[in-house]
Write a protein that binds this ligand. Sequence first.
Ligand SMILES: Cc1ncc(C[n+]2csc(CCOP(=O)(O)OP(=O)(O)O)c2C)c(N)n1
Length: 386
Amino acid sequence: MLPGIIKIVIERKRQMASKAKNAQLDVKKQLETVDKQFQTLQILNEEGEVVNADAMPDLTDEQLQELMRRMVYTRILDQRSTALNRQGRLGFYAPTAGQEASQIASQFALEKDDYILPGYRDIPQLIWHGLPLHQAFLWSRGHYQGMNIPDGLNIYPPQIIIGAQYIQTAGVALGIKKNGGNTVAITYTGDGGTSQGDFYEGINFAGAYKVPAIFIVQNNRFAISTPVSVQSAARTLAQKAVAAGIPGIQVDGMDPLAVYAAVKQARERAVAGEGPTLIETLTYRYGPHTLSGDDPTRYRTKEEDTEWERKDPLIRFRKYLEGKGLWNQEMEEQVIEQAKEEIKEAIKQADAAPKQKVSDLISIMSKNLDTNLQEQLEIYKEKESK
Ligand SMILES: Cc1ncc(C[n+]2csc(CCOP(=O)(O)OP(=O)(O)O)c2C)c(N)n1
């Protein structure tokens, strides 16, 4: 009897050991499968050549020119904003140069009534969605009129708490779904944002409720000075979508056509009731994290900067359009002049805004102030009247 049982036990142990061995092998295979699954979508290479005609989005010549115009304008806006900040004429500023394809082409794929929930670096998307330039400047100065959002413009104030906008987007998108709308809510975070709990909660909720949301991760390689490789063991950030049961796509974030195509498709899926998408754009910010203090030369090499500058979205899109006879030096100069002129006017308009009072800050906080805030409001109004 006993030897028989021992035999069975030994056999069981052997089977378990062999299963465990197979499981180990499967883990390796699993990572390989994931690597194969999350390849980078590219349509235009660094030379401005079409390398993936099948994925080419359906854009007219005028739309292609408009996309270029907006990217050139935004590069100038970044340069002028940096200068204005250095002159003490702007407050908080997070540089955007290098990220134009990720930012401008993603907004370009939206419809007017779609909702944007930005992070602090996503001011260009708000402007191209309709936020007047002078208000963007006022927001930078911390003036309450900056985010006095015009009626009919579906944008939210830029989020400073990393990742929080992902949860809010899931909520806004649920609202759209419950109201039977045909719009989407799009949000942006950086690579660092994907390490936050809010990121996972947001995509999980959105996946569970199948809401019309688009989650963009602008992977610009660094969370301030921390490189992606230190932030996460994940091989791509797009694959974080898998756990939420939603599609994840990695795109070349320096390629405006790839970004546009991915967001357009995600939008179509969302309005068709097929739920959210996570899109990782591989990009780079040429400047510092913000103009409030960090020095990128302490954590990046010159070679790295040069390598990414070669991938520049404006260079490759310009080459592509020039090849089609749709862009030239004169057009570019016109856009640059127009941008400079409008920025000059907008900063004048921002300067003309009334000096901010503490009572303004309290009264815009909520429609119905509680007793405590009402008391404070009275106290400040009294002080300010003297
Ligand atoms: C919850 C939270 N933790 C920390 C910070 C401080 N902080 C500001 S920006 C930043 C890095 C964010 O990096 P990333 O998400 O990659 O975005 P990027 O600035 O590169 O666009 C951190 C940690 C914060 N604002 N919020």
